[in-house]
Ligand binder design. Structure first.
Ligand code: FES
Length: 179
């Protein structure tokens, strides 16, 4: 089974503000993305956990409350044409405060693809607006809250999509299963 390690944790929303754990793959700042990152790849791509195409189970025990990691797998689905045929799946383990604010489950799993035109979603430094489209100019500019709902830009009112999945705990092991 593929295993998520501390190396794959891109950052944390556990503190009052987001904390990037690795400067080389820092969360997007107010510019929303690092200058060297294109519109088709999420920030932090160097530390994504690569998984194979199709159904898979991943040991995600290492992810702590507030943290975010990203899994990547190839996909022939047209929804991922603008991310190079790669499905980037974000895994966010919410804190108790985030669950109280945003509702929903402890583990929030979503596709890092914008509902507007399918460009990549990246992570911001703002826990109240933690996700944003890499396309921030012109008629784009989508920003999402911690519940994954579009609150600004072309995707306002539209949620981020989620892959079919389940999260189960057995003993000390937490497993994410993707269909
Ligand atoms: S593709 Fe994301 S706002 Fe247009």
């Amino acid at each position: 089974m593929p295993t998520l390690t501390r190396r794959h944790v891109l950052g944390s929303f556990a503190a009052a503000g987001a904390v990037a754990l690795c400067p080389a793959t820092a969360f997007a700042s107010v510019e929303w993305k690092s200058p060297q990152v294109g519109d088709t790849m999420p920030v932090g791509e160097d530390q994504l956990l690569e998984i194979g195409e199709g159904p898979v189970s991943v040991d995600i025990t290492a992810l702590m409350p507030g943290e975010v990691a990203v899994l990547r797998r190839p996909s022939a689905d047209a929804a991922y044409l603008n991310t190079g045929g790669l499905q980037n799946i974000a895994l966010h383990r919410r804190t108790d405060a985030q669950m109280a604010d945003a509702g929903g489950d402890e583990y929030y799993v979503f596709n890092m693809v914008c509902p507007h035109r399918g460009f990549a979603i990246s992570l911001t430094t703002d826990p109240a607006r933690p996700f944003a489209c890499n396309k921030q100019g012109g008629r784009h500019g989508s920003v999402f809250n911690a519940a994954g709902m579009g609150i600004e830009g072309a995707s306002q009112g539209d949620p981020l999509t989620q892959p079919a999945h389940s999260v189960t705990a057995a003993g000390d092991t937490v497993t994410l299963t993707l269909s």
